[in-house]
Each structure stands twice: as structure tokens, then as C-alpha cells.
Design a protein around this ligand. Structure first.
Ligand code: ADP
Length: 379
């Protein structure tokens, strides 16, 4: 073994995209993968197959790696505490990850540190939901599972307590939130290392389709500089107050009346930061590695006036490799990233990034490339 060793739990595309900067930095990644062929296992030779909810599997994967990081936030806290007690530095640590795992705890903590967010309350039954709705001017309100939701799964917009029947039937702890009338969704990312150095990224606009992030524009077009600065300050404050190490993404709503409210936190590289691979001096993946290993961080400075990232969602095209040839021919400046995942409807299977000086042309080029990969007509 040469160089620094880092264990990564979870074999999705986020772990996969850590490998190129790890190669460049001479790091050795060791992966706990859900299966032998998952996205990251295809590119990280030193992987073990196991279950991140089983402590013995985690122990095998982390072996003698001094530092452990993550592709997702689903490792149970008690296992992280056990690994920490055995001498592994978990970055981010369980005390921070808790607030990315549980939306109710996150809301409470944001309130304590003075970070703005929608009014919210845990609701035990339909009567409690009615009572909450009355405090925010009535229905509609948003109901969410506090744990385990992703890509809009576990989020319901309800116009009455009766409409929340499915949510209550799930048997999970539910958080009710004021429905925010937002202009658009923004994301503010920051890298933070254990020494306390932070590097904040330009605030980006994230556009969702059916609850899934579809397009990201860096920087967010026409964003009031004061609001951008506030969003960045929130990201740095949250990272510092919660002692986050690695990348933190703060998903935000920009309200119609010109405020930013925190929606949720992700403590890992995030879909809204993929643009930085091709569009920034230091990508979120490189800064994540630098941060968790307590190395000095790199600048987040953009390389072009505009960077557009469009996700490739599973569609009519099954043979992505063949479609990629068409993309390379038709949009040669597009940077296509395929995740080595089987195509399933709506599944994130890759993304395309284009940089440019004119936003419309940049967006159009990225969309054309993605239309070829999805087999969808170009909008
Ligand atoms: P997930 O964990 O599945 O990403 P989110 O909490 O981010 O769930 O919610 C998914 C989407 O639902 C958000 O991107 C946003 O579009 C919408 N949403 C969530 N909370 C609210 C809210 N309080 N008001 C209005 N829209 C919301």
C-alpha cells in the first residue's frame, strides 16, 4: 500500500466519481459495495461486497483505513459510533450526519442556529396535521417522512388530513411543513476539513422534474448578489456549527418575496455539484477527498461564465454506449459522464456538462446531448 488510504461506504455514482481525483492525488480507495458490479465497484479495484447496515461488513471494508467517508447517509449511527470507538475517523461524523438523516432533527437544529426555513412540526396523527395547517394559514401543506426519503419519495403535498392517509399509513414519523411559494430551488455547497478550513462554491440553480434534479445552472442566473452571499453564509455556518467534514450541500428555496429558506442538507458530494467536475478549478469530489483527509482545500473558482449540468434519466435508450457515440459526434464539447448503471425508467444513469459564455447556447447544447442519451425528443 502506498499513499493515503480512505474507505468509502456505498458503491453508487458518487463513490465512482471520487476515483478520478483519488488517482490524481495518489490516494487508495477501499470500497464497501452493495454488489460486485455496482457503479463504483466497476472502477475501484479494492472493493468488498457487503451491507452497510451490518457492522461486520463495515469492519471488513474499513479494515485498517484510518479515515472513512460515504456515498450516502444511510449507515446507522450506532455503527458509526462503533467504528469511531475502534479508531476510525468517520467523516462526516455521526454527530453531524444525524442532521442529514433526520429532517425533524435538522429543522430543530436550523432553528437553534438561526438559519431560516419553512415552519415545520412533527405530526403524530391527522388531528395534529390539522392543527399545524391552521398555524400556517391552512392547507395545502407538505408532509414528509423524517427519515429515508430521496428524490421526492416520502414527500406529499396534501390539501386535507384525509389526503395524508397514505403518509400516516406508512407508519413512519412524519414532519409537516409550510408549503413554500418558491421562485426556484438553489443549492449552496461548501467543503470543510477537520482543521476548520472552508471553501464555498458559487450558488447554483437546480431544476427538478417529478421530484428529481434534472438540470443545474452554475451560477444561478440573475441571483441577487446579496441573496447569493446569504446562501453561502448559511452553508458555511451550517458546516461549522454542525461540524461537518467533507462536502455539505444546502438545498434552498428562493421565495417569491426574495428570501432563502433551507430545504434540506446533504453531507457528501451532491448532484447539484456535478457541474464542478468540468466547470470549476477544484471539483466537489476532489475537495471532498481533500477535506475528509484534512488536506488543504482547492479553489471553487468557475472555469467559464456558465456551466450547465443535465442529468441523464433512464428512458427509451438502453444502449447508452451506442448513444454516446452520437453525442460525441453531435455535441463534441459536451462532457458526458456515464455511471455504468442499467437503464431503468427515471433512474439517474449519467449526466452531461457543457461550459460556455452564453447561457442559452450552453443549456441548449447540454439538453441536445442528453436528449440523444435518453432517446427523448429535444425540447
Ligand atoms: P427528498 O429528500 O426526497 O429530496 P425534499 O425534502 O427535498 O425531499 O423534497 C422534494 C421536493 O419537494 C423539493 O425539491 C421541493 O420541490 C418540494 N418541497 C419539499 N418541501 C417543500 C416545502 N416545504 N414547500 C414547497 N415545496 C417543497
Amino acid at each position: 500500500m502506498t499513499g493515503r488510504e480512505l474507505a468509502v461506504i456505498g458503491g453508487g455514482q458518487l463513490a465512482r466519481m471520487m476515483q478520478p481525483p483519488a488517482i490524481a492525488l495518489g490516494l487508495h480507495l477501499r470500497l464497501l459495495a452493495e454488489g460486485p458490479d455496482v457503479s463504483a465497484a466497476q472502477v475501484i479495484p479494492d472493493h468488498v461486497v457487503g451491507d452497510h447496515t451490518v457492522l461486520a461488513d463495515l469492519r471488513t471494508a474499513v479494515a485498517d483505513a484510518p479515515v472513512v467517508t460515504f456515498d450516502h447517509e444511510h449507515v446507522p449511527s450506532e455503527h458509526l459510533e462503533a467504528l469511531a470507538a475502534e479508531g476510525h475517523a468517520c467523516r462526516p461524523g455521526p454527530h453531524a450526519l444525524l442532521f442529514a438523516q433526520d429532517k425533524a432533527l435538522m429543522r430543530e437544529r436550523m432553528h437553534e442556529i438561526g438559519v431560516p426555513g419553512p415552519a415545520a412540526a412533527v405530526v403524530a396523527d391527522p388531528a395534529a396535521l390539522d392543527a399545524f395547517a391552521a398555524t400556517v394559514g391552512g392547507y395545502p401543506v407538505v408532509v414528509k417522512t423524517t427519515r429515508g426519503g430521496y428524490d421526492g419519495k416520502g414527500v406529499w403535498f396534501v390539501h386535507s388530513a384525509a389526503e395524508a392517509a397514505e403518509a400516516f399509513a406508512s407508519g413512519r414519523v412524519l414532519l409537516a411543513e409550510e408549503r413554500v411559494d418558491f421562485r426556484r430551488e438553489l443549492s449552496a455547497q461548501v467543503a470543510r476539513n477537520p482543521s476548520g478550513q472552508t471553501e464555498v462554491y458559487p450558488v447554483v440553480e437546480s431544476r427538478q422534474k417529478d421530484g428529481i434534479c434534472k438540470e443545474v445552472i452554475a451560477p444561478a442566473p440573475d441571483l441577487d448578489p446579496a441573496l447569493a452571499a446569504q446562501a453561502q453564509e448559511i452553508a458555511v455556518l451550517v458546516a461549522t456549527e454542525l461540524d461537518v467534514t467533507g462536502m455539505l450541500a444546502v438545498e434552498l428555496f428562493e421565495t417569491a418575496d426574495g428570501r432563502v429558506l433551507v430545504n434540506e442538507l446533504a453531507m457528501r458530494p451532491h448532484n447539484t455539484g456535478h457541474w464542478s467536475i468540468d466547470g470549476a478549478v477544484t471539483s466537489q469530489f476532489e475537495n471532498h477527498l481533500r477535506a475528509v483527509l484534512d488536506l488543504p482545500l482547492g479553489p471553487s473558482t468557475p472555469l467559464a461564465p456558465w456551466t450547465v449540468m443535465v442529468n441523464v434519466l433512464g428512458g427509451a435508450v438502453n444502449d447508452l454506449d451506442a448513444a454516446l457515440v452520437d453525442v460525441l459526434a453531435a455535441v463534441p464539447q459536451a462532457k458526458a459522464h456515464l455511471y455504468g448503471k442499467a437503464v431503468k425508467p427515471g433512474r439517474k444513469v449519467g449526466h452531461v456538462t457543457v461550459t460556455g459564455t452564453q447561457l442559452d447556447a450552453t443549456l441548449d447544447a447540454a439538453r441536445r446531448a442528453v436528449a440523444l442519451l435518453e432517446g427523448a425528443p429535444h425540447e
